[in-house]
Design a protein around this ligand. Structure first.
Ligand SMILES: Nc1ncnc2c1ncn2[C@@H]1O[C@H](COP(=O)(O)OP(=O)(O)O)[C@@H](O)[C@H]1O
Ligand SMILES: [Mg+2]
Length: 191
């Protein structure tokens, strides 16, 4: 995986920059662009399929005017020759009030069967500098889930990140679902 070296100063993307899929291996797509038109690392590209869109994220510049990208959803139906449109920026997710208490997938779409997020909601790229240390909230506050065993044994911290690891079928999805319905009952939101 490549690392990004600079904050992306966005070139005023004139016309949309469209590439052509040249190889699909599982979730990995190689896309060829015009010379000098390669999307930047971590940019999101969109492949439009019938009825759905596959978002892929640029990981490498691999030469021959090609980039290698990893898909955020299944690539079934994506074939060589399809167009991949450079969005000119990384994947973005809604932030602020409209995102509070919502469950979003990796490309920022709500998956909690709640109301759609307004299209004019503020969105931030998922790749950005971390907040400065001085800007961090020094107080540690517990983010109550409403699930007693979590709040007691492994409390979540507001503003923190949580991972859920476990074998298939052990109950990860069910825990999220219970949390989601507990949230509706107690309307807890993260700051
Ligand atoms: N605490 C639990 N007690 C009993 N059955 C459970 C529990 N948690 C999950 N299950 C059952 O186990 C199955 C798999 O759970 P799921 O959350 O889908 O697993 P995962 O997402 O970790 O693969 C489901 O059929 C669910 O009903
Ligand atoms: Mg699951």
């Amino acid at each position: 995986m490549a690392t990004k070296t600079k904050e992306a100063p966005k070139k005023a993307a004139a016309a949309t920059n469209t590439g052509r899929v040249v190889q699909v291996i599982g979730p990995v797509l190689d896309v060829e662009f015009e010379p000098e038109q390669l999307p930047e690392l971590y940019n999101a590209l969109v492949v439009e399929l019938e009825g759905r869109r596959v978002v892929v994220e640029v990981q490498q510049h691999i030469g021959r005017n090609q980039i290698r990208a990893v898909a955020m959803s299944p690539t079934d139906g994506v074939v060589r020759g399809m167009s991949a449109i450079d969005t000119g920026q990384p994947i973005t997710v809604p932030v602020g009030k409209p995102a509070l208490g919502r469950i979003l997938n990796v490309v920022g779409e709500p998956v909690d069967e709640g109301a759609p997020i307004p299209p004019d909601a503020e969105r931030w790229p998922i790749h950005r500098e971390p907040p400065k240390f001085v800007d961090l909230e020094p107080k540690t506050q517990v983010f109550e889930t409403g699930i007693k065993v979590i709040d007691l044994i492994a409390p979540f911290v507001k503003g923190g990140k949580i991972g859920l690891f476990g074998g298939a079928g052990v109950g990860k999805t069910v825990v999220i679902q219970v949390w989601s319905s507990a949230k509706r009952a107690f309307s807890t939101t993260s700051p």
